[in-house]
Ligand binder design. Structure first.
Ligand code: ZN
Length: 243
């Protein structure tokens, strides 16, 4: 086997490995996991924010309740005064009645405000509970999908290991400098080796000068495509040989 044929075989296994690596990266379960993870991260932030808001609402509620109670106390105090045996002047009575009306009005308003804030808090709590439930569901789904994904990855990694062993075994028969050249090109483009087809580089489809074609066909040296930088290889395909 000449060195380019060896490198070609090396590349075949290398490309198969790439496919498995892509498969792993693009696997449905991996995409699903990423999606759930994103959702969970978003909801976590959301919940933190909502908890904060819920605390503020509770503080407001406590404040309103205190105000409401103090108004009630004042009304009670006035009622006590009216019920007592003290003799009140007309002016005192009028004042008490006037203040009573104002207090009543304030109490009604406070009650409405309390009702509104309580309702808001209740709705908010429902929303929070709903999100918490969804987050719990998403976490369970994540665990389920993760199991599938782990099984998939395990299978792929086994295949990859097998291919790597085969590839590296072939690599032992390739000179270090050629292998380094291969890896260097591979870092920016794949596949690395281009077949010479109809005097063209089949990596970039540029027509090659006849001198270049001759050099490639001779196979004495490594020739790179002037246009795309791939290693050119003239390979007589077995299918072309009539049987
Ligand atoms: Zn090319």
């Amino acid at each position: 086997m000449n060195r380019l044929e060896t490198l070609w075989k090396y590349q075949e296994l290398d490309l198969q490995m790439d496919q498995y690596i892509m498969e792993k990266k693009n696997s449905d379960s991996r995409q699903k996991l990423l999606k759930i993870k994103n959702y969970l991260l978003k909801q976590e932030k959301n919940l933190l924010h909502m908890d904060d808001n819920a605390d503020k609402k509770l503080d407001l509620l406590a404040k309103l309740e205190a105000e409401f109670n103090s108004l009630n106390d004042r009304i009670q105090a006035q009622l006590e005064k009216l019920k007592s045996d003290d003799v009140l002047s007309v002016q005192e009575l009028e004042e008490i009645t006037k203040e009573g009306l104002v207090l009543n009005d304030s109490i009604r308003k406070k009650e409405e405000e309390l009702k509104r804030i309580r309702q808001e808090h209740e709705n908010f709590q429902e929303k929070l509970d709903d999100i918490r439930r969804k987050v719990a569901d998403a976490k369970n789904e994540y665990l389920d999908v993760k199991k599938d994904y782990d099984a998939e990855v395990k299978k792929i990694n086994e295949e990859l290991l097998k291919l790597k062993k085969q590839r590296d075994k072939i690599g032992e028969g390739i000179s270090k400098s050629l292998l380094a050249k291969y890896k260097n090109i591979k870092a920016s483009k794949s596949p690395v080796i281009s077949l010479l087809t109809d005097n063209q580089c089949d990596g970039c489809f540029m027509s090659l000068a006849s001198l270049v074609v001759k050099r490639v066909k001779d196979g004495n040296r490594i020739v790179e495509c002037e246009n795309c930088g791939r290693i050119l290889y003239y390979r007589e395909v077995e299918d072309d040989i009539p049987s």
